[in-house]
Design a protein around this ligand. Structure first.
Ligand SMILES: NC(=O)CCC(=O)C(=O)O
Length: 261
């Protein structure tokens, strides 16, 4: 049986967690029954990085409680985009929570590669751990936006028999061709499903490009949104991964003896 997924390709109100919680809560009331829901990057605050002192979530407490309640109420796993998480030392990370149907935390991943073009390195600190987790018995990984430009980081995750790569993003419209090409490439070169949720709308500095997408392990597009706010639904058959990996066995054909990584 397939895994049913919903990607919430939303607009985000700049710097207003209260408004963004309200919006997401409302969208859940209209959701078809799925196994997993995915949210975009920094969905509670947007890129209002200069006000993180005020609006970042202390230890991720409020955002985790909100997501955990939704997961239990709607009996769904949530790849909860990312939020600005304020650490005890007042540093802030860009952190993705994975929550299961029981509302339990499965994994927390903080963005490893900070994106200078959007000033992340001035306001955030990077994560140091991988994004590996298991959900519905599938080996999976989660990364955040700019991370997809680092194939070596994605490969590090894929060497663990990972079959689904979740990507949460606020990817601007002017580079939406890069977004699509990178996601399709990561799917083909790792022979995995890529489930990627971007936002739409704009903030004072950027217009965002949407095009949330699910790509299969052969590089085929399973579903793709345009640039409007929408809930994108797709279903994946995890057995496809093994079929593709048997057809062209890149993992056993690798030559790490001659690579740097
Ligand atoms: N939020 C991000 O990490 C954006 C990454 C991006 O736009 C890129 O081109 O890379």
């Amino acid at each position: 049986m397939g895994l049913k997924i919903a990607l919430l390709q939303i607009d985000i109100t700049f710097g207003s967690p209260t408004e963004n919680y309200r919006h997401v809560e409302k969208l859940f009331t209209n959701l078809n029954q799925v196994d997993t829901v995915v949210l975009p990057e920094l969905w509670t605050t947007g890129y209002d990085l200069t006000r993180l002192d005020e609006i970042a979530d202390e230890n991720g407490k409020d955002s985790f409680a909100f997501i955990s309640n939704l997961a239990k109420k709607y009996n769904v796993n949530i790849v909860a985009g990312s939020v600005a998480k304020k650490l005890p030392d007042s540093n802030v990370t860009n952190t993705l929570f994975i929550v299961n149907r029981n509302g339990e935390l499965v994994k927390e991943y903080s963005k490893a590669h900070l994106f200078r073009l959007m000033d992340e390195e001035k306001h955030l600190v990077e994560g140091h751990e991988n994004g590996l987790f298991e959900l519905e018995e599938h080996f999976s990984a989660g990364v955040i936006c700019y991370d997809i430009r680092f194939p070596e980081w994605i490969r590090t995750h894929m060497l663990e028999n990972t079959k689904i790569l979740y990507v949460v993003a606020e990817w601007p419209k002017p580079r939406i061709d890069h977004w699509r090409a990178l996601l399709i490439s990561r799917a083909i070169e790792n022979q995995c499903f890529v489930v990627a949720c971007n936002r739409v709308g704009s903030d004072p500095n950027n217009e965002f490009g949407g095009h949330s997408i699910i790509v299969g392990p052969w590089g085929e597009i399973i579903c793709e949104a345009d640039n409007e706010e929408t809930i994108l639904y797709g279903e994946i058959d995890i057995d496809q991964v093994e079929k593709v990996r048997k057809t062209i066995p890149i993992f056993s054909d690798r030559r790490p003896d001659i690579y740097k990584l």
